[in-house]
Design a binder for this molecule. Sequence first.
Ligand SMILES: NC(=O)c1ccc[n+]([C@@H]2O[C@H](COP(=O)([O-])OP(=O)(O)OC[C@H]3O[C@@H](n4cnc5c(N)ncnc54)[C@H](OP(=O)(O)O)[C@@H]3O)[C@@H](O)[C@H]2O)c1
Length: 183
Amino acid sequence: MKTQYYTASSLDGFIATEDDSLDWLFPLADLNDSSYPEFIAEVGALTMGAATYEWILRNSDKVAAETGSPWPYTQPVWVFTNRVLPTIEGAEIRFVKGDVRRVHNEMVVAAGTKNIWIVGGGDLAGQFYDAGLLDELIIQIGSVTLGSGKQLFPRRVLSPTLSLLSVRHMGAGMVELRYGVRS
Ligand SMILES: NC(=O)c1ccc[n+]([C@@H]2O[C@H](COP(=O)([O-])OP(=O)(O)OC[C@H]3O[C@@H](n4cnc5c(N)ncnc54)[C@H](OP(=O)(O)O)[C@@H]3O)[C@@H](O)[C@H]2O)c1
């Protein structure tokens, strides 16, 4: 069982524009041509921050067009927020806040032998990294630059470095890099 930060990024390290747009991403990515089907099959629990959850709420039509459903997850999802956010009918969502370690314990129990997916954003993945709970980063890097935006992973990882585990070519639009976190 691994805790994995799986996301797409621009070449210059942003997962969304400043105003939370992902319009740059959709022309680049074909989910069925990526590792996503095999990745999601092994996920037993997910977590995301409030901005990511609110993006899904605002863009349910795009999510449905891409995945077939406005809420594409059958697994339980933990959403970190300090606010009261709307729920989605049929979705198994827990709203949580504070220390990621307590929430991670709950997710481990729910996931069983499967993996935990940190959907984003970058600082939330960083909070799991800070707590020593992040095992892998799996990043699809798009062939675009944004200049500014929401950061992929606002942490300094210098020593030990990340360990490059695999490189997957995804046509002219993307490449997937899988890194292990060394302790
Ligand atoms: N490119 C991709 O594949 C990809 C993947 C995922 C996300 N995204 C996009 O990237 C952007 C990410 O936005 P973001 O960087 O702002 O990150 P985010 O993690 O989605 O949202 C940040 C918010 O999460 C809440 N939060 C985080 N940690 C918390 C904690 N420990 N306790 C309580 N609340 C906590 C806070 O919400 P409150 O406001 O409630 O305080 C915080 O402002 C979104 O636009 C999303 O759609 C892109």
